[in-house]
Design a protein. Structure first.
Length: 316
């Protein structure tokens, strides 16, 4: 099949390109490179089954030729305001790609009679009061808070995707992606694993904000991409959580990364500092993914982090 992938030069998008090409599909990537990088897809240049188009999907999209599937991954994703590539630093662009970009991508899918996959996020649950989070949970979200540009962009994207499904009868899929990590993440991404790995490889103490008791669950990118592929090839149109249900504290994560990177510098607790509106707990319930897609993560944290550390070591 011929698959259009928005945001295909990004971290997850580039790994998804590899998966789709391995499955013998033709891939067309659209990316404006605002957070993505050509380095992520340089190894695909020159292939007959791969095309790259530099374009902002918030503007009208025209793709000549047949398109069988549209997978919409384009969006800034880092919540760290200190990173120039984060959605707090790109608030208007984030809202536009979630609204106008999703509308345009859906338009391409409808024009070609293609099915559509939206890469949504666990951020639609906000700072959850239900734990772990099931897809039936409506969320606990501040619509005007510091994270709202991303949360509300994705919530709107889900709403318009379901509107196209119900009104136009389109085949659509929604993946709610939880924390994902792996090779090709930006060194200056600003999220916790890139921060910790860079600090550890420089033999600096790992800076943990707050008391480190806040929890996350981390899914290796190859597992996540496998889930996305299974979802887009399925008949499921309701949202599905994709992530690793194994929950750990940020303090535990810091200890693990220091051990794997042989970093003797330890941990620095910044107990008086905490990211604004940072959720205290985040863990997916993946019962639907297991039952519908026969999917669950296979790569354990130590192995995934070791692969990530080696990738970062080669780029630092």
């Amino acid at each position: 099949m011929r698959i259009l992938l928005t945001g295909g030069a990004g971290f997850i998008g580039s790994h998804l390109c590899d998966k789709l090409l391995k499955e013998k599909h033709h891939v067309v990537v659209i990316d404006n490179l605002i957070t993505g990088s050509l380095e992520n897809i340089a190894h695909l240049a020159g292939r007959d089954d791969f095309t790259f188009i530099k374009h902002d999907v918030s503007n009208f999209i025209f793709i000549p030729g047949k398109v069988d599937i549209v997978m919409h991954l384009a969006s800034p994703a880092s919540p760290n305001p200190s990173s120039p590539f984060s959605y707090p630093q790109l608030p208007i662009q984030t809202l536009k790609v979630g609204s106008l970009g999703t509308h345009n991508a859906l338009g391409v899918a409808r024009a070609h009679g293609a099915c559509f996959l939206l890469a949504s996020t666990s951020e639609v649950y906000g700072d959850p009061q239900e734990h772990p989070q099931q897809e039936s949970y409506w969320g606990h979200v501040d619509p005007i808070g510091p994270r709202s540009v991303y949360d509300e962009a994705k919530r709107f994207a889900e709403a318009i995707t379901m509107a196209y499904h119900r009104y136009h009868g389109m085949k659509t899929h929604i993946a709610r992606i939880f924390n994902t990590y792996g090779p090709r993440m930006r060194l200056d991404d600003g999220r916790v694993i890139p921060n910790f790995v860079c600090q550890a490889l420089k033999a600096d103490p790992l800076t943990v904000y707050g008391d480190g008791a806040q929890t996350r669950s981390f899914c290796y990118v190859d597992d996540l991409v496998d889930g996305l592929y299974r979802l887009v090839m399925s008949e499921e149109n309701e949202p599905i959580n994709l992530g690793n249900p194994s929950e750990m504290t940020i303090h535990q994560l810091a200890i693990t990364i220091n051990q794997l990177a042989d970093n003797p510098a330890g941990i620095q607790l910044l107990s008086d500092q905490r990211a604004p509106a940072d959720p205290q707990r985040r863990q997916p319930d993946i019962s639907r993914a297991k039952g519908i897609l026969d999917w669950e993560p296979q790569i354990d944290l130590d192995h995934g982090l070791s692969l990530t550390i080696e990738d970062f070591r080669g780029r630092l």
